[in-house]
Design a binder for this molecule. Structure first.
Ligand code: FES
Length: 144
């Protein structure tokens, strides 16, 4: 009897946890967009969160100062996957200057929000994008 009650408690708590995530977060977590690598990318960003251990790689292809493609590989939590998916959607078609203005808050808002405890996951997406752009700009400078 006590065992069944504790199982019901666990199930109840899990149902509460799922309800913290928006429908959009769940969609991007379950069916992430732009997963994978870009061959011969113009910029790559590798970032990680030393506390949770999650890592993210983001690849961009740039033409005429516009990001024409973006892909990612993320080894991390569901929120990290959803934010990677969303940020790669958001940057396509943006100029480098516009892409640099995409903040982690904008990514979280585009996903209809994240639970406060998961906001740091969106920081990883912003950092990966910035790192990929920095890599692109550094390579461009070298070619000059
Ligand atoms: Fe590490 Fe989400 S828990 S990025």
């Amino acid at each position: 009897m006590a065992k069944r009650q504790s199982q019901e408690n666990i199930e109840g708590k899990m149902a509460d946890q799922w309800s913290l995530y928006s429908k959009k977060v769940m969609e991007h977590f379950q069916h992430p967009h732009n997963v994978g690598e870009i061959k011969n990318p113009d910029g790559v960003g590798h970032v990680g969160n030393p506390i949770c251990g999650d890592i993210m790689e983001l690849y961009i292809k740039v033409k005429d100062n516009k990001i024409i493609d973006a892909k990612f590989k993320t080894f991390g939590c569901g929120a990290a996957i959803a934010t990677s998916s969303m940020v790669t959607e958001m940057v396509k078609g943006k100029t480098i200057e516009e892409a640099l203005k995409i903040s982690n808050r904008a990514v979280a808002e585009a996903l209809d929000g994240l639970p406060p405890i998961k906001m740091h996951c969106s920081v990883l997406a912003e950092e990966a994008l910035n790192a990929a752009i920095e890599d692109y700009l550094a390579k461009k400078d070298k070619r000059k």
